[in-house]
Design a protein around this ligand. Sequence first.
Ligand code: NDP
Length: 275
Amino acid sequence: SAPDLYAVIGSPIQHSKSPLIHNAFAQQTQQSLSYEAVLGDENDFKGSVDAFRARGGCGLNVTVPFKQDAFQYATEHSERALRAGAVNTLVFREDGSVLAENTDGVGIVTDIQNNHQVLISDKRVLILGAGGAVRGILEPLLSQRPAEVVIANRTVSKAEELATDFSDLGCVAGCGFEAVEGVFDLIINGTSASLAGELPPVPEAVIGAETVCYDMMYGADQTVFNAWADRLGAKKTIDGLGMLVEQAAESFFIWRGIRPETGAVLEKQRALLHQ
Ligand code: NDP
């Protein structure tokens, strides 16, 4: 029989790494599936998804700018997806129902804890940014029981709103960049400032000799944020490539019920970045 069909949908989509990652997982786990990149219609997400399903599509990964549209499209949402308000994984069931999941948060937590041996439990965590990506990671992060999470954002009201929305899951506060006080064990940059080569203006004192910094962005060169953190003597800096591979592994697990090994795939993606 024909292999099961999956894809990542976004706009633009031609540079997506997801097809290579998922096809490597499929080969490794001997699953009979094919995984494509689909350019979504920014004016008609539903039409694009319906067309993919008409071709027999079993599931989609969803990226910029459709994560909220995908949330709307789904008929059922995991607890985590409801919290995130945005989804990166859809499952098309045989009965016609559509399950929504968000695996970004599991992705970053798995990367930090399993690939970098940094435990989140009891740590003081600073998160920079309060956009969709940060909302998506808060539930899995808080489930690891950090001592405290401070969300700092350029638009302060958005940080405060996020802190309020997640306050039932742990100790979370929101503020502006300049108002951040003290040194942190783990700092996650979830702003898109790095894309513009900019640095969120947080006090240098947030970085100590034991601080681990994580930039959700990645590229061939070190990110501006991680270069800044290294210069200030951070213990370790990590970029978001591992998050990308781990969120893919979690989606693969949801679709196929089998958990791929990520180590070799991550190494391969790292090598490709430097080509
Ligand atoms: P959003 O557009 O939803 O949010 C952007 C955030 O960045 C906002 O908090 C915004 O602040 C802040 N910001 C933007 N520009 C600046 C700046 N110049 N200085 C300070 N703050 C700034 O984006 P997302 O949340 O979807 O994505 C954020 C980042 O995370 C992106 O770089 C994306 O590539 C990365 N990402 C990585 C993933 C991975 O797998 N590695 C997965 C998902 C995202 P304000 O509210 O004031 O506008």
